[in-house]
Design a protein around this ligand. Structure first.
Ligand code: PHE
Length: 453
């Protein structure tokens, strides 16, 4: 069945494209997830491997996703149907849509926590509390039922409202001013954190690589985190790519988004690890790390009340610009392939995701006994999406570009019909065809224990 190519909604400006893609990339992944995953996997060595994956795998995959989306002008599943008609390649998009459900489910749990922390900061709840008391506050809150659920519902409601309003009016507008402000806030926090007594230990934990602390699972976690943080492997950037105008330079968009995302993750690490050690918190404390650490830093800061409040507001907004990009993957698919309206697709998708999300939230509290493979539901969804589905999605995307679409057709898209030079193209193609697929496959198979040294 042939589809007529209607003119599609596009991002309206160069800055809009970068803002939207960076808005997707920068989020809880950088500030909540990066420090805690790095902490669990030994710090410095993890960081090195992570950076290597960002450059050798993340950037090429991002360029591939943008190219696929912009060439096809479709959603994550439709793009493959259009570029590879009559083949099973569309299955890559199916994996992406499945990942979107899982990721937004647990993402909205944590985003709900940040909303609670906006209120806790506003009401000065951390005032005069010791480190232990601050940790207890987090424990009491996130194992509860009513408040974590209410915040999650509110967060999903706002995400839904923005996605329902559509790409142009919804997504672009919010990211332009708030991202730079977030960076500024984190820099201020970094300065305070680095000047705490005992900060040096945290700096060395993050920056001196001790490879004896890095396991094969840790290497897989670094790969999963690279994909998660850059919003790769599930068609988010295929979907956004389809909204990028044919005049934009994809290569430089990739570079700018990657730099923004990586710098913010590093700054988050520098803000958190010195404080982790200064306040005697365990670096492998898990998903609560940021929530237990940063309130201590704000306490020790002149104007800490104000900084804490602004920080958690900005973090919630950063989470929102990511969550809309996750929901958009599902909505664009339902709208274009299942002929649903944007409105009903958004409501339907958000409702199912919220149901899953409720399970994630409750798995810290009343449902903590319900485990699968002795794993809490939250962790199970987080692991299976980030460390399994995203790498598999990424692997298939690079195979698609490298071995199906091929150099000529890809070059056409990346170079805006050969009007740009794209000197990096041969290196990109080499990474895509050989290095990235082999590396992803090996890391994945070792990481899940299917191969053994
Ligand atoms: N990259 C986002 C973050 O760092 C999360 C995300 C993952 C968004 C996958 C889209 C797709 O918070």
């Amino acid at each position: 069945m042939a589809k007529i190519d209607l003119p599609r909604e596009n991002f309206t400006s160069k800055f809009g494209v970068i803002a939207a893609a960076a808005g997707s990339a920068v989020g809880l992944g950088n500030i909540w997830r990066f420090p805690y995953i790095a902490g669990e996997n030994g710090g410095g060595a993890f960081l090195l491997v992570y950076l290597l994956f960002i450059i050798a795998i993340g950037m090429p995959v991002m360029l591939s996703e943008f190219s696929i989306g912009r060439k096809a002008q479709r959603n994550a599943i439709g793009s493959f149907k259009k570029l590879a008609p009559g083949t099973p390649w569309y299955f890559v998009g199916v994996i992406g849509v499945a990942a979107a459900f899982l990721i937004l489910a647990f993402y909205s749990t944590v985003a709900g926590w940040t909303l609670e922390y906006v209120v806790k900061s506003a009401t000065d709840s951390f005032a005069d509390k010791t480190g232990d008391e601050i940790s207890q506050l987090f424990a009491a809150f996130h194992t509860g039922t009513f408040w974590p659920l209410l915040w999650q519902l509110i967060f999903m409601g706002v995400t839904l409202a923005i996605v329902m309003a559509g790409i142009k009016d919804g997504i672009e507008r919010y990211v332009k001013i708030l991202m730079p402000l977030l960076v500024l806030m984190i820099i201020v926090i970094c300065i305070r954190s680095l000047t705490l007594p005992g900060a040096a230990e945290g700096v060395s934990y993050l920056f001196s690589p001790d490879f004896s602390r890095l396991t094969t699972e840790g290497v897989l976690a670094a790969l999963g985190q690279a994909f998660f943080s850059l919003s790769l492997g599930m068609g988010t950037l295929i979907t956004y790519g389809s909204y990028i105008s044919k005049k934009e330079k994809l290569g430089s968009t990739v570079t700018q988004v990657t730099i923004a995302d990586t710098v913010i993750a590093m700054l988050a690490g520098i803000a958190i690890f010195p404080a982790v050690f200064a306040f005697g918190i365990a670096p492998d404390a898990g998903p609560g790390l940021v929530f237990e650490t940063l309130p201590n830093v704000f306490q020790e800061m002149a104007g800490g009340y104000f900084f804490g409040l602004i920080f958690f507001i900005l973090l919630s907004i950063a989470a929102l610009t990511s969550s809309i990009s996750i929901l958009e993957v599902v909505v664009a698919y339902m709208k274009e392939e299942l002929n649903m309206t944007r409105r009903s697709a958004s409501i339907f998708a958000a409702a199912i995701i919220t149901l899953l999300g409720v399970l994630c939230t409750l798995s810290f509290g009343v449902m903590q006994e319900v485990t699968i493979f002795e794993t809490r539901l939250f962790d199970l969804m987080e692991f299976s999406a980030s460390d399994v589905l995203l790498p598999i999605g990424g692997l298939l995307i690079v195979l698609f570009i490298g071995w199906y679409l091929g150099a000529a057709r890809t070059r056409e898209e990346v170079s805006n019909d050969n009007s740009l030079k794209v000197r990096y193209f041969p290196a990109y193609m080499f990474l895509i065809k050989f290095i990235a697929p082999v590396a992803i496959a090996i890391v994945f198979l070792y990481g899940i224990g299917l191969l053994n040294i």
